[in-house]
Design a protein around this ligand. Structure first.
Ligand SMILES: [Zn+2]
Length: 97
């Protein structure tokens, strides 16, 4: 649920930033202001960074969902993370066998 909220916030921030980019670019072109146009391009890179973060959050969520759905399949691939969580005795914090 937390990832869904983060994902939604990143999407809203991306859209809001991109709208601001368009407005600032239009204002910069209308006013012949190189600083406004330059800042619009800067904000466009901010939009790309937000979209990259959104992509990372969704990728992580998809991976977590896949891992929770088929743990036995991962175990056959000898994934150390799954092996450690499924075979280590409860209460053993040092990971010794
Ligand atoms: Zn910035």
């Amino acid at each position: 649920m937390y990832e869904v909220q983060v994902s939604r916030k990143l999407l809203i921030a991306s859209i809001a930033t991109f709208i601001f980019v368009l407005l600032e670019l239009a204002a910069g072109l209308f006013a012949n202001s190189l600083s406004l146009i330059g800042d619009a391009f800067h904000n466009f890179t901010d939009t790309l960074a937000l979209l990259l973060a959104l992509f990372a959050v969704r990728l992580e969520r998809a991976h977590a969902k896949r891992v929770s759905e088929v743990p036995a399949k991962l175990e056959t691939l000898d994934c150390p993370r799954v092996r450690a969580s499924s075979r280590r005795p409860v209460g053993d914090l040092h990971g010794e066998q």
